[in-house]
Design a protein around this ligand. Structure first.
Ligand SMILES: [Zn+2]
Length: 86
């Protein structure tokens, strides 16, 4: 599932990720919440060595894409998520 197209690259989609945030699947830009993701200037870019954004670590290999269940549990289910075409 994804929320919107990335404002910073041509092909990225902003997807829910764990630890809980919204992340571009192409460039790795992070927004702390779906509401923040509506604003380009609220972006946070996790970078080495600590990969911290939104007070959490997004080190490569330590994150996974969130499921619909994860999103609902987070109280983010009401945002206009797009489901994957399957
Ligand atoms: Zn991107």
């Amino acid at each position: 599932m994804w929320l919107r197209e990335c404002p910073f690259d041509d092909q990225g989609l902003l997807r829910p990720v764990l630890p809980l945030a919204v992340m571009c699947d192409s460039c790795g830009s992070v927004w702390c919440t779906p509401d923040d993701a509506a604003f380009e200037d609220r972006v946070a870019v996790p970078e080495a060595p600590d990969w911290t954004a939104c007070g959490r670590s997004f080190a490569p290999g330590s994150t996974r894409w969130a499921t619909r269940e994860d999103v609902d549990q987070a109280g983010w289910g009401g945002h206009p998520w797009h489901e994957e075409a399957s």
